[in-house]
Design a protein around this ligand. Structure first.
Ligand code: NAP
Length: 326
């Protein structure tokens, strides 16, 4: 089993990377996490402008990557993402250059459009009206894509890709792209196994990366009545039988499906544990058992309360991706 996938560009992308969403910038959490990851063998870090911590990720990279350091720049696969308020084609280059500046590197290996939905341009991450609703913009993701293609032409990024795109939107981009998307990064874990989207992406040479691969137990809106993937008793049984932790079982399931995963942790022992998933194999029976957990449970859709009910916040956006089945 390879520890890498080869993208349509020929780039080798490590199958396990470190996620950095929610890894606090102020408490040097994210810096320590990235250092711990690089020191124990990770060569893939998943970042985003919207996580508000790219400068601290950059501080860690500066200590370990570059001339005279432990790793050469070309040995580390760095991903970042263009945020929704930067979709206007005239904003794309500056947004990318800000990320490069914060990370302290001259190029990214992969730059993703974080969501197909554009928000009103400006400095606010989440531009809102007085009533709390988010201000959208009409910019079409195909126009944003054309501006991202220029980043490849300029050598600022090696490849570009998508995140949170459904199959129809992915095809829509591919239909006119000069530089095809190499990755679609979407929520994927045993409760949302993305069988159809995975098959579709594969058929168009787009690699699927699983975000929230462990079920994002620390998502800010988690509520006590939602299932907790890592505590699923069926997983616990496989874990006992295989002498691996529940997290390792899930990550191994992703890898055996050929899906890249980017578990987030700020705990050094877990960071290390999450990379130790290449020395065992799940049986076909256990793979099928974990496949059977799927219940279309999305943990990562921003919701708001309306008339006493929790509803999808951006469902009215013309490019909201989750109305389609996949
Ligand atoms: P996740 O990786 O599924 O889960 C993170 C949680 O699991 C944290 O509470 C972490 O705790 C815990 N954890 C990690 N390893 C563990 C282990 N071995 N044993 C027990 N608990 C463990 O959640 P996520 O952060 O939502 O997703 C991962 C990454 O995907 C993000 O960080 C981000 O880079 C990316 N992402 C992208 C998008 C997008 O829209 N493109 C959306 C969501 C996430 P500690 O940190 O306390 O150790």
């Amino acid at each position: 089993m390879s520890a890498f996938v080869t993208l349509a560009t020929g780039q080798r992308m490590p199958m396990v990377g470190l996620g950095t969403w929610k890894s606090a910038p102020g408490q040097v959490q994210v810096k320590q996490a990235v250092l711990a990851a690089l020191d124990c063998g990770y060569t893939h870090i998943d970042c985003a402008a919207a996580y508000g911590n790219e400068q601290e990720v950059g501080e860690a990279l500066a200590l370990r990557v570059g001339p005279g350091k432990a790793l050469r720049r070309d040995q580390v696969f760095l991903t970042s993402k263009l945020w929704n308020t930067k979709h206007d084609p005239s904003d794309v280059e500056e947004a990318c250059k800000t990320t490069l500046d914060h990370l302290g590197v001259s190029y990214l290996d992969l730059y993703l459009m974080h969501w197909p939905m554009a928000f009103q341009p400006g400095k606010e991450l989440m531009p809102r009206r007085e009533d709390g609703s988010v201000c959208y913009s009409n910019t079409h993701y195909k126009d944003t894509w054309a501006a991202m293609e220029e980043l490849v032409d300029q050598g600022l990024v090696k490849a570009i890709g998508l995140s949170n795109f459904n199959a129809r939107q992915t095809d829509n981009i591919i239909s006119t792209a000069r530089h095809k998307p190499v990755v679609n990064q979407v929520e994927c874990h045993p409760y949302l196994s993305q069988v159809d989207l995975l098959a579709h992406c594969r058929s168009v040479a787009v690699c699927l990366t699983a975000y929230s691969p462990l079920g994002s137990g620390d998502r800010p809106w988690a509520s006590a009545d939602e299932p907790c993937l890592l505590q699923d008793h069926r997983l616990g049984e496989i874990s006992k039988r295989c002498h691996k932790t529940p997290a390792q079982i899930i990550l191994r399931w992703h890898i055996q499906r050929g899906v890249v995963c980017i578990p987030k942790s700020v705990t050094p022992s877990r960071i290390q544990q999450n990379l130790q998933v290449f020395d065992f194999t799940l049986s076909e029976q256990d793979m099928k058992l974990i496949d059977s957990f799927s219940c279309s449970k999305r943990f990562i859709v921003p919701t708001v309360e309306r008339d006493g009910k929790r509803v999808w916040r951006d469902a009215a956006h013309p490019h909201f991706p989750f109305h389609d089945l996949y």
